[in-house]
Each structure stands twice: as C-alpha cells, then as structure tokens.
Write a protein that binds this ligand. Structure first.
Ligand code: HEM
Length: 410
C-alpha cells in the first residue's frame, strides 16, 4: 500500500493554491487505498474510489463517527463531550434517537415548503438590489442569502439574527483561513463556538418559557421539557444544524457562479430551458463537492478495496474524488449540466447522509432558477480566492460585475 509522509491532504494551503483534484485522481488510479502520515504522528487511510467510499459510508458499525468526522476537528470521545450526543459524531443507537426529532421538526414536507418560500424570497431580494455595472464580492454579498432563509425558518429568527449566526459559524469552519480569523485561529474557533452556543441556548430558553414548538429549536426545546432530550443534546444539535447549514451552500453557490462563468455553453442550456433545474442542480453538486471528505475510525479490522485496514485507524472518505470516478461518471472531469443518471455522492450515504440534503438541494435549485430567469448576470472580474481548508471546498472571495444578461451572449 502507498504510504505518504507529510501528505498534502493535510494541507489547507494545498487545497487553496494547488490542484487537489489532480492529486486525488492519481491516487484513485494508482493507489485507491493509501496511508497518509503527518510528522506529529497523526495518520489516516484515504479512500478515493466511489465504490470504496460508498462501502465505508454504509458500514457505520465498523466505521465509527464518534471519534470526529474531520481531521483535527474533534478527537477521542473521552476528550470530546459532543461525541455520542451530536448527530454527526454519534453512532447507533444514539444517532437514530437524536435524528428522529430533528428530521420530523426541521425537514418535514411542511417545513421544507416554508424553507423554500423564504429562501426564494431572500435570493430575489439579494439579486433585486443589484444594478448593471455593480462590482461586488459574490461570496460575501449574495451567497449568504441562501442559508439565511433556512436558519430563519428552522431557528424561528429574523434576518438580522440569522446574519449574526452565519458570521459566527463561518469562523468556526473557516478558522484556518486568514480571511475569517486573522492570526490566532484556535482562539477564534473557541470564541466563535461559544458565541454560537450562547445564541442557541438563549433561543432554547425562550422556547421553553413560551412552549412554542413551531420551529425546529422550539420542537427540540419541548423535547427537553418532556424529558425526551437533555438541554445539552438539544443545544449541540442546534449547533450541528447551524454549522451544517451555513458553511456549505454559500460555498456551493460561489462555486456555481464561477463554474457558470467558465462554462457558458453549458449554462445556456438551463437558461434556454433545455435542461431541468433539478438535473442541473445534481451536476453542480457533483462538480462542487463542497464537503471534500469525512473521517471515520475503524472499531475492528475492515477490508476495503482489497486491503485490510486495522482496527483503531482513521479512514477518510473522499467525496470530491468519488464524484470524479470514471467507473461511475462518463467524462468525470467535464461539467455536463444535463448529465443523465447522476449518482453524485456530495451528501454522503448511509445513516449519516446529510439530513439537510433536501434543504440544500432546494437552496441551490432555487438559486439556479432565479439566476437563469434574471435579466442580469454575473461575470467574474478578478481571481477567485479559494478557502484555505481541506474539508470544505469554497471561495472566500469571488469578484464579479453585474452585466446585462445578453452581454454574456444571452
Ligand atoms: C451543498 C450543501 C451540503 C453538503 C455538500 C453537505 C454534505 C454533508 C455530508 C457529506 C454529510 C455526511 C457526514 C458524515 O457522513 O459524516 C452531511 C451531514 C450533515 N449535514 Fe450536510 N451538507 C450540505 C448542506 C447541509 C445543510 C443545508 C444542512 C442543514 C440545514 C446540513 C446539515 C447536516 C447535518 C446536521 C449533518 C449530520 C447528519 C448525521 O450525522 O446524521 N447540511 N452533510
């Protein structure tokens, strides 16, 4: 098996400034299961083929989430109080018990309809404020409009509070990027985490006093009141949904805009109605693969891709690589907006598959629909700055100019 010392897969800079797709393509071709070591002793196995990534996702018994799903992000359960109590770092049966009230209260059909309405309104407002000739940073001015509507509905808060919550979670996930935090990333991470927790705890307190259960936080608060959940569990999972919701779709939206700029002929097909927005959304999700990998820990020996990975090993499942696997996708390195039978795995698979996937899909689909119907368009006028993170693929800056739609050949 290939062993890589001081692997670039640890490096946030490599993901921002180099070509991680090319590196992963090489692994996929020549060393689909490989071991990546770092000088401080941390080591993980990397799965890069679609079939192996999928196998690992659905084997949630032998591949545990309880030890942290992000390299360096979370550690052993004995050190991390969220383990076993927060959706993303809980194994069965605790995971299933926590998931049920969140799914029923946050992601029911009725909630998704409310989310859809609010998200579309916010996107229209954000685009409606722009005039031809405006120059702006899309990633900070327009992209946050996507998750804002989700937060407003799930947390039962107004647009200003949603913006505050967005600012804090941004620092939590992008804490290794100077664009968000300056020179002391760990202090910023801890401060941001405390701010978000205080904010959500206040909301739970309010809902406990009023008995309101009309939003997800209210529902979780009433579960606390009835003894079904502890207040800590409600709080930690409010945090999980806020972070999961905020730090993904704005990056996806920015990458969509830069992709549209690079692929005008493909985009034209959506504008002209030659591809449906749901098919296009799926390809944008594959192409952008915002959550690049997730991590697991083996609790027993596991055979994957012809290798035995020993018990007590970290394993990383590379979504961004699986989504470019030529055994599953024809011409995987081409953006094909009407790609048929698209089995993109951007939301993962198995019991931990993104609970917010329906909301995220709605956000991106509505964004694309509004953009295609807009009488204006964005043209990229400066170099997009990629996020310094190996975990989230996104842009911290996307300089654009607003032009008339026909100036792009419409
Ligand atoms: C394009 C946008 C998104 C992408 C690419 C994405 C990706 C993912 C992936 C790959 C996982 C699986 C993690 C694992 O298996 O360890 C996940 C889980 C999760 N996501 Fe998302 N996500 C997105 C949007 C959202 C949104 C909008 C929300 C909330 C509103 C959200 C909330 C969550 C939560 C709470 C989990 C944990 C689920 C569990 O462990 O059962 N995500 N997401």
């Amino acid at each position: 098996m290939l062993v890589v010392e001081d692997s670039p897969l640890y490096s946030a800079r490599f993901f921002a400034e180099d070509d991680p797709y090319a590196y992963l393509a090489d692994l996929r071709e020549n060393a689909p299961v490989s071991l990546h070591r770092r000088s401080d002793g941390y080591a993980f196995y990397a799965l890069t083929r679609y079939a192996d990534v999928y196998t690992a996702y659905v084997d949630h018994v032998r591949l545990s989430s309880a030890y942290g799903t992000m390299v360096d992000g979370s550690y052993r359960p004995e050190k991390d109080s969220a383990s076993g109590r927060m959706l993303i770092v809980a194994d069965e049966p605790a995971h299933g018990i926590i998931k049920k009230p969140i799914k029923t209260s946050g992601f029911s059909r009725a909630m998704l309809a409310r989310i859809g309405e609010t998200v579309r309104r916010n996107i229209r407002d954000a685009l409606g404020q722009l005039s031809v000739g405006d120059r702006l940073d899309f990633s900070t001015v327009v992209a946050p409009a996507l998750p804002k509507g989700v937060l407003e509905v799930l947390f039962g808060i107004g647009p200003d509070d949603a913006t505050t919550l967005l600012d804090h979670t941004r620092v939590m996930i992008g804490y290794r990027d100077q664009a968000y935090v300056g020179d002391s990333p760990l202090d910023s991470l801890v401060d941001a985490q405390l701010d978000v927790l205080d904010f959500i705890d206040d909301l739970i307190g309010q809902r406990l006093r009023t008995g309101d259960d009309q939003d997800m936080i209210g529902f979780l608060a009433q579960c606390v009141a009835s003894g079904q959940l502890t207040r800590d569990v409600a709080l930690l999972n409010g945090l999980n949904v806020a972070v999961g919701g905020n730090e993904t779709t704005p990056h996806t939206a920015s990458l969509c805009v830069s992709t549209i700029h690079d692929e005008p002929a493909q985009w034209r097909k959506l504008v002209d109605g030659n591809v449906s927005s749901d098919v296009a959304t799926n390809e944008f999700l594959r192409w952008t693969s915002t959550n690049s990998y997730v991590q697991r820990l083996t609790v027993s020996d596991v055979e994957i891709g012809g290798y035995t990975i020993p018990a007590d090993s970290f394993v990383t499942l590379w979504n961004m690589s699986a989504n470019r696997d030529s055994t599953v996708f024809d011409n995987p390195d081409s953006f094909i907006i009407d790609r048929p039978d698209n089995k993109q795995i951007a939301f993962g698979a198995g019991v931990h598959r993104c609970i917010g996937a329906p909301a995220a899909t709605l956000e991106i689909q509505m964004f694309l629909e509004e953009l295609a119907a807009w009488d204006k368009a964005f043209t990229v006028v400066g170099t997009p700055q990629r996020l310094h993170s190996n975990f989230m693929l996104g842009l911290t800056e996307l300089p654009v100019e607003v032009v008339k739609a026909r100036d792009l050949g419409a």
